[in-house]
Unconditional design. Structure first.
Length: 191
């Protein structure tokens, strides 16, 4: 772990390798091993999302804000879930493995806000909780689509199965978080 509290390049590479190995084992019918946190950053108790992309398109994304153990185990669990339990996609098949790119988002703790002007597009993700549904979008989603703050909020409402503008409802809670996001292509050896 670096001085600024961020994961080191070595820790990121190790987490990506573990996520990749876990997915490969799962898809080939082997029980993925549990890893010990051999590096300091892997021992943190942090939430995480694992996103899978195939040919530039989302292929699975599952995460959890709350961890009851080391980050390395959270990443293993979310890798399994992203590859086999995302209801938007069928489970990953062996012939897809070579085309998958793994991305990990390590989350900061959630913080509830009262004023949407606190949301910094590109820095914060949004978690909306309404009596009628809940939804989350990671910080990088707004950047990928070029959304402004209100569009990002509206899209998070839609992700929750609610109408755009639901975030204005006084019964809706808005929580924000930041994420340290890294992928296999970010950390390729030739860079």
């Amino acid at each position: 772990m670096s001085q600024d509290g961020k994961l080191t390049r070595q820790e990121k590479k190790r987490l990506l390798a573990i996520a990749r190995q876990t997915i490969n084992d799962l898809v080939h019918g082997r029980t993925p091993p549990r890893h010990d946190p051999e590096l300091p950053g892997l021992a943190l108790e942090r939430g995480a999302f694992v996103s899978l992309h195939r040919r530039g398109n989302l292929r699975g994304c599952i995460g959890n804000f709350f961890s009851q153990g080391p980050l390395v185990n959270m990443v293993e669990e979310m890798a399994v879930a992203a590859a086999s339990q995302d209801p938007r996609f069928p489970p990953v098949r062996p012939e897809e493995l070579d085309e998958l790119e793994v991305e990990i988002s390590v989350l900061s703790p959630l913080r509830e806000i009262d004023d949407v002007s606190e949301i910094q597009v590109g820095t914060h993700g949004i978690y909306i909780i309404s009596p009628r549904g809940r939804g989350v979008l990671l910080p990088q989603v707004a950047t990928q689509y070029g959304w402004d703050r209100e569009t990002f909020l509206d899209q998070t409402c839609l992700k929750a199965g609610l109408q755009p503008g639901c975030w204005r409802d006084p019964d809706t809670r808005i929580l924000i978080f930041s994420a340290e996001v890294f992928s296999e292509s970010d950390l390729a050896e030739d860079q």
